[in-house]
Design a protein around this ligand. Structure first.
Ligand code: ASP
Length: 376
C-alpha cells in the first residue's frame, strides 16, 4: 500500500475496526508515512532502534545548544514558535505535565491546558471524539493523559479522519503504557552507559502488573541486542502475560525472581516502582493510606554496596518507601532517579522536534559559541 492508500483507509476506518486491530497493525496508521517515525505516539512498539538512537542524539545536542544561553536558547525557541500545544490531562500528573510544558516552552510553542473535566463540554454530554476534534482547531499538538487507555487511541483515530490531522501523544493513560517515560528511561540508560545499552541486565521491581512505565520499557527492549530482564515482584503483581509473550517472541530472556537482594549484584540497572494502588477496587478504603511496602521488594541502603560499580538505580517517580529515603540523599553517581526528570524534558524536546521534523535543523546547529568551537 502506498501512503495515499493508507491515508484513505485511515480516513474511512470505523472505530470498531481500528480498536480491534493488534498494536503492530496500528503502527502504519500512527507513524509518519514518509519518515517511518512516530507521528501520533500511543505505545512503545512504534519505536525502532534507529529512531531511538536518533532521539537520544537530538536530546543530547538540544541540551548542549541550550547551554548557550544567548544564541542557543533563542535558536531552540524559534524552532516551533507560532505553534500551539494543548496539554489535556484528566488524570493526576505533576511531573509529566511539567516535563511536557518545559519541553514545549523550550521549543517556543505556546501552551494551553485542560485539567478539570468539570469545565469541559464533556460535562455537557459532548463525546470525547468531538472534544478532540474541536481542540484540534486551536492547536498543533495534543498531549493527553486520560483514565482509560483507549481514549488516546480514540483521539488518534478521530484525528486521522479529520482534515486537520495534528499529532497526539499518550502521556500515560490507563495502566497500559507510558511511552514517553520509557523514552526517558532509554535516554537515561543511554547516558549512563555511554550509548551502550546492548547486552545489559535490567531488574524491574515492584508493581509490574499495573506499572505502565515498566510495561512500555519492556516493549522497547526489542530494539536492543542480548538484553536480559529480571522481574521481581509480589506474586499478585507480576508482569502480565502479554509482555512476557512479547519478550518470548522477540527472544528476550526474562526471569521472575523473588529475592531482590540476591539479584542486585547481577544488575546493570535496577528499576524500582511503587505499588500502583490507585487502581485498587474503588471500595477499598485502605488505599488512601499507602501500606508500607513488603521489605522483600524494598531497595535498602545497604544494597548500594551490592551494586556493580557502574550500575544504576532508577525510578520513574513518584516514589514512596520502596527505596530507603536516605539513598536519594547520597551523592552516589549510580543513583540516577533524580536525573531522570531532567532527561525526560530533553527526550520530550527531541520527540516533539522529531514529530515536527525539526531534527535536522537541530543536528545542523552551527552557532556554537566561539570558545566551544575552539574546544574551550
Ligand atoms: N509517573 C509514573 C506514571 O505516571 C509512575 C507512577 O506513577 O508510579 O506511571
Amino acid at each position: 500500500m502506498n501512503s495515499q492508500e493508507i491515508e484513505k483507509m485511515a480516513h474511512k476506518m470505523s472505530w470498531q475496526k481500528f480498536v480491534a486491530m493488534e498494536e503492530k497493525e496500528k503502527i502504519i496508521f500512527l507513524n509518519n508515512l514518509h519518515t517511518g517515525n512516530p507521528f501520533h505516539v500511543l505505545f512503545a512498539q512504534q519505536f525502532n532502534r534507529e529512531n531511538l538512537d536518533l532521539l537520544c542524539q537530538i536530546a543530547e545536542i538540544a541540551r548542549a545548544i541550550n547551554k548557550n544561553k544567548q544564541e542557543g536558547v533563542k535558536f531552540l525557541r524559534k524552532l516551533l514558535s507560532g505553534t500551539h500545544a494543548l496539554n489535556f490531562f484528566y488524570q493526576p500528573s505533576s511531573r509529566t505535565f511539567l516535563s511536557f510544558e518545559t519541553a514545549q516552552e523550550t521549543l517556543g510553542m505556546s501552551i494551553r491546558d485542560i485539567r478539570d473535566p468539570s469545565v469541559s463540554s464533556e460535562a455537557k454530554g459532548e463525546t470525547l471524539e468531538d472534544s478532540i476534534r474541536t481542540f484540534s482547531s486551536y492547536v498543533d499538538l495534543i498531549i493527553m493523559r486520560y483514565p482509560e487507555k483507549q481514549a488516546v487511541e480514540k483521539g488518534a483515530w478521530v484525528l486521522n479522519k479529520s482534515d486537520r490531522r495534528i499529532p497526539i501523544i499518550n502521556a500515560g493513560s490507563g495502566k497500559d503504557q507510558h511511552p514517553t517515560q520509557a523514552l526517558t528511561d532509554i535516554y537515561t540508560l543511554h547516558k549512563s552507559f555511554n550509548g551502550e545499552i546492548d547486552g545489559r541486565t535490567i531488574v524491574m521491581c515492584g508493581d509490574l502488573k499495573r506499572g505502565r512505565t515498566v510495561r512500555s520499557l519492556s516493549y522497547l527492549m526489542k530494539n536492543y541486542h542480548d538484553m536480559k530482564l529480571i522481574f521481581v515482584s509480589p506474586s499478585h503483581l507480576r508482569m502480565k502475560k502479554d509482555i512476557k509473550d512479547f519478550l518470548t517472541s522477540h527472544n528476550i530472556t526474562y526471569l521472575e525472581e523473588d529475592n531482590l537482594e540476591e539479584i542486585i549484584p547481577l544488575a546493570d540497572a535496577i528499576y524500582m516502582t511503587r505499588i500502583q494502588d490507585e487502581w485498587d477496587e474503588k471500595n477499598d478504603q485502605t488505599k488512601k493510606i499507602p501500606k508500607p511496602v513488603d521489605p522483600k521488594y524494598k531497595f535498602k541502603k545497604e544494597y548500594l554496596e551490592l551494586m556493580k560499580k557502574d550500575a544504576v538505580l532508577m525510578h520513574p517517580l513518584p516514589k514512596r518507601d520502596e527505596i530507603d529515603e536516605e539513598v536519594g540523599y547520597f551523592r552516589d553517581k549510580r543513583v540516577v532517579f533524580w536525573r531522570q526528570p531532567r532527561n525526560g524534558v530533553w527526550i520530550r524536546v527531541a520527540l516533539i522536534a522529531l514529530i515536527f521534523q525539526k531534527q535536522q535543523t537541530i543536528l545542523d546547529y552551527t552557532h556554537w559559541p566561539k570558545k566551544w568551537r575552539e574546544g574551550g
